[in-house]
Write a protein that binds this ligand. Structure first.
Ligand SMILES: *Cc1c(COP(=O)(O)O)cnc(C)c1O
Length: 347
């Protein structure tokens, strides 16, 4: 078998959820965001592990994801959909008991006409200009929406990964003003907002990335461990080259291992120049271009050919990879792809 091995540490995932839960007071509910297939790590397994640990509310981006989570969890836990009630979603929302976060008057009308009495939440825009109602639209809908009894009123923060950003206090103020006097549970904070302290917590928090071991939750336990088997290795003499485009030339005798993963597996081409893989604690630099399914790695300094090399694990995490190419851990995780053999640890 030559597929890489992606191990999801469910024990670490649960520990991260508990650690984020403990950042807010006991009255504050800690939900879990499992959109994009649980940030690429497998939404069904992630949601089941968190439900066992006590999470009672899950968030997804679109109704189709909510349907998959309902199938994984069965009846009971609340599944909220950020994109709200879109055309074509009605049957899924009804049959799988999803709760749309209503983003506009149009969505509100669609929801009450198609599914009168069905639960919903409200999403407000407090400055991110992405999803939710802005103050004038909310003012127009407010009384009607409140008569229908939303289960939650939420908004999302644009700059919560930077606790010093003035946008945070601005959005906190806007959210407080837009929801003042409402007798409905409120939610503003994702991972970054949780870390900023109790005034951002309201009644419910919605962590995503911190559960999966990513920044801004610096104390998170790593959840994704990725190891790629070596298919073969060879000695190069000085002046020989590796991979497409001959971009790397051996300066001296060099042993190159070819491993069974590439950019089709989320190890992006741009990562090539600065990336090390690990044999235990020993870094081994990538040589030449990353191909679709294969990568050349310098193992000259190892005593023997390793069976596999580690991409993600105790030596480097998703944010180390992200830092090499000016992106974020979220993008590394959600790019990992479907070709790995996935294993669960600590289930
Ligand atoms: C993705 C998302 C979250 C989770 O954010 P993290 O930064 O991953 O914790 C919470 N709320 C909304 C609206 C989101 O889109």
């Amino acid at each position: 078998m030559s597929s890489g091995s992606l191990t999801i540490d469910l024990g670490a995932l649960v520990a991260n959820w508990r650690a984020l839960d403990s950042r807010s007071s006991a009255q504050v509910e800690t939900a879990a965001v499992v959109k994009a297939d649980g940030y690429g790590l497998g939404a069904a397994q992630v949601a089941r592990a968190l439900a066992r640990a006590g999470a009672r509310r899950f968030f997804v981006a679109i109704a189709e994801e909510g349907a998959a989570i309902r199938q994984a969890l069965g009846p009971g836990p609340e599944i909220n959909v950020f994109s709200g009630h879109m055309p074509g979603d009605t049957e899924m929302i009804h049959d799988l008991q999803l709760v749309p976060m209503i983003n506009s008057i149009d969505q509100m009308l669609r929801h009450v006409e198609a599914l009168p009495g069905a639960p919903f939440g409200i999403q407000l825009d407090t400055g991110m200009n992405r999803l939710g109602m802005e103050p004038p639209e909310w003012a127009a809908l407010h009384d009607i929406a409140m008569q229908q009894g939303p289960t939650l009123v939420m908004s999302h923060m644009a700059c919560a990964d930077d606790p010093d950003h003035p946008m945070n206090a601005h959005q906190l103020r806007a959210f407080s003003e837009m929801t003042q006097g409402l007798n409905v549970p409120r939610s503003l904070a994702a991972t970054g907002g949780i870390l900023m302290g109790p005034e951002y917590h309201f009644d419910l928090t919605r962590p995503g990335i911190g559960l999966y071991g990513g920044l801004p939750f610096a104390e998170a336990h790593p959840v994704a461990h990725l190891s790629i088997p070596v298919i073969q290795s060879r000695w190069l003499g000085p002046g020989e080259t590796v991979g497409y485009g001959n971009t790397w030339t051996a300066p001296h005798d060099t042993r190159i291992a070819t491993i069974a993963a590439g950019y089709a597996d989320g190890i992006m081409r741009l990562l090539g120049p600065g990336l090390n893989l690990y044999a235990g604690h020993t870094p081994c630099p990538v040589r030449g271009r990353i191909s679709m399914d294969l990568i050349g790695v310098d193992i000259t300094h190892l005593p023997e050919e390793p069976a596999a090399l580690e991409v993600l694990g105790m030596q480097q995490g998703v944010d180390d990879l992200a830092g090499l190419i000016d992106t974020i851990g979220y993008e590394i995780l959600t790019s990992l792809g479907g070709r790995y053999t996935r294993r669960l640890h600590g289930a």
